[in-house]
Structures are given as structure tokens and as C-alpha cells.
Write a protein that binds this ligand. Structure first.
Ligand code: COA
Length: 226
């Protein structure tokens, strides 16, 4: 289906040529750690992580390559990538949704007037798992969403085995999700986005603008109160 098998997803750190005198070597350094929105050029790296995390396990994945490109074109500001020396190690992809609950349309659509961020996927590259990166990136993402004026809540659907994982990040169970994929069923979870916040935690480079989004004013969106 996807012809990306031979692709080189990760940017290698640039190396200086040994034939150049050290005195005139230019320094090409990539930040040790950087969090920034993703763009379409990151799509292959995203999909490589997905392929290992999901396709090799179940044959399915939350977003196929064309869908990754679709959302990174339409709403890159709702994505977040964690890079170590230029290499994507973890990411989140979201889009806006305008209904209380997720439907199959939410899997492919971005609703610019919606006040709900649908988190399609959080994934960590396998060699960087079990280091707390997933929860840290989610924390940063949720803080970032608080800077967006019209966002009221975040929602996601997950397999039951991940409910406790997302609970630790502050998500609450909303109920069974109407969406099924093959034989897989999901639980829908939500997180309230209240007020404004500015990311000050840690000193790593964060290249999000202070006012990153100009969203059209949303119609009143019923806040789900659990
Ligand atoms: C699930 C995933 C995002 C977790 O990220 P991570 O950085 O590896 O998280 P860690 O292993 O460092 O765990 C952090 C905490 O979450 C808990 N946790 C991790 N995976 C868990 C799971 N499947 N169920 C319950 N808790 C889990 C850990 O026990 C740990 O808790 P603690 O801080 O109280 O000790 C990562 O394993 C991954 O990318 N998996 C493949 C893709 C995937 O399933 N994504 C989620 C669905 S979209």
C-alpha cells in the first residue's frame, strides 16, 4: 500500500569534512532537543514510527501516509514533534472537530470552526519509549492548546489497554466510541482546556509562536461536564 520502505526518515546530523582545516570549519549543529510543530516534510518520519508502532502489530494505523500529509497541510499548528538532534522521536497529530462525540468523519476531517481538538495519535519511536517522553509531550501539547483562544477541550479514542495511560495525563473517560476499525473497539476520552497558559516548563527550545493560531470564533460548544 505505502511505498516508503526504502525511505530514510531521519535527518542525520551534518558532519564536517575532515579535509577542511579546523580553523575554517563551519559549525553545523542541530539542537539536542527541540519541540516544534510538524510540517509535510516530517510526514515520512511520522509514518515510519507509525509503521513500527501499529502496522507491524495489527496491520492498521491511525493515520495513513496521505492522511498524515493531509492534516499536516491543513492544521500543522495542531501537531507537535519532539526532535533529538534533528531526529523525530515522538509526535502528536491533532485536528479540530465540531461535535460532542467522535464519528468516523472525525478520522479524516478537520473542522476549522470546531472547539474540540481531536488527538489522532500520540506515538514515541520505539528506541525512545519507557523514558517518560509520551506523557511529557502530551503535557506540553495540552499546555500549548491552552494558548489557543477557541479550544475548549481535547478528545481522543484509545484501546482499553491505554485508558490508564491517558488517565495519568488527566484525561477522563467519555464512554464507548462509536468508531470501530475492523474488530477493534475504542473508548473515547476527553480533557478540558481551560484558560490561557504559556509554556515555561523546562528550558528546551520551543519554537511555537506566542499567538500561533487565529481561529475563527467558534459557535457555542457544549462543554461536556463529567
Ligand atoms: C503508549 C506510548 C505513547 C507511551 O509513551 P512512553 O514515552 O513510552 O511512555 P512510558 O513508557 O515512559 O510511560 C510513562 C507512564 O505511562 C505508563 N504507561 C506506558 N504505557 C502504558 C500502557 N500501555 N498502559 C498503561 N500505562 C502505560 C507507564 O507505566 C508510565 O507510568 P509511570 O510514570 O506512573 O511509571 C508509547 O509506548 C508508544 O508510542 N506506543 C506505540 C503507539 C501507541 O500505542 N500510541 C497510543 C495510541 S495512539
Amino acid at each position: 500500500m505505502m511505498s516508503v520502505v526504502g525511505a530514510q526518515p531521519f535527518i542525520k546530523p551534518m558532519q564536517t569534512s575532515p579535509s577542511v582545516s579546523p580553523g575554517i570549519q563551519r559549525r553545523h549543529t542541530l539542537p539536542a532537543s527541540e519541540v516544534r510543530p510538524l510540517n509535510t516534510q516530517d510526514a515520512i518520519s511520522v509514518f515510519e514510527i507509525e509503521r513500527e508502532a501499529f502496522i507491524s502489530v495489527s496491520g492498521e494505523c491511525p493515520l495513513h501516509l496521505d492522511e498524515v500529509r493531509h492534516f499536516l497541510t491543513l492544521c500543522p499548528e495542531l501537531s507537535m514533534g519532539w526532535f533529538e538532534e534533528g531526529r523525530l522521536v515522538a509526535f502528536i497529530i491533532g485536528s479540530l472537530w465540531d461535535q460532542d462525540r467522535l464519528t468516523t468523519e472525525a478520522l479524516t476531517l478537520h473542522k476549522p470552526c470546531g472547539s474540540t481538538v481531536h488527538i489522532h495519535i500520540l506515538a514515541v519511536h520505539r528506541t525512545f519509549r519507557q523514558q517518560g517522553k509520551g506523557p511529557i509531550l502530551m503535557w506540553r501539547y495540552l499546555q500549548y492548546l491552552r494558548c489557543l483562544p477557541n479550544v475548549r477541550r481535547a478528545v481522543l479514542m484509545c484501546e482499553d489497554c491505554l485508558i490508564s495511560f491517558y488517565r495519568k495525563s488527566g484525561f477522563k473517560v467519555l464512554g464507548r466510541c462509536a468508531i470501530t476499525v475492523a474488530s477493534l473497539t475504542f473508548t473515547e476520552m476527553w480533557y478540558p482546556i481551560n484558560g490561557h497558559a504559556y509554556m515555561r516548563r523546562n528550558s528546551e527550545a520551543i519554537r511555537f509562536p506566542q499567538h500561533p493560531l487565529t481561529l475563527p470564533l467558534a459557535k457555542t460548544d457544549e462543554q461536556v461536564d463529567m
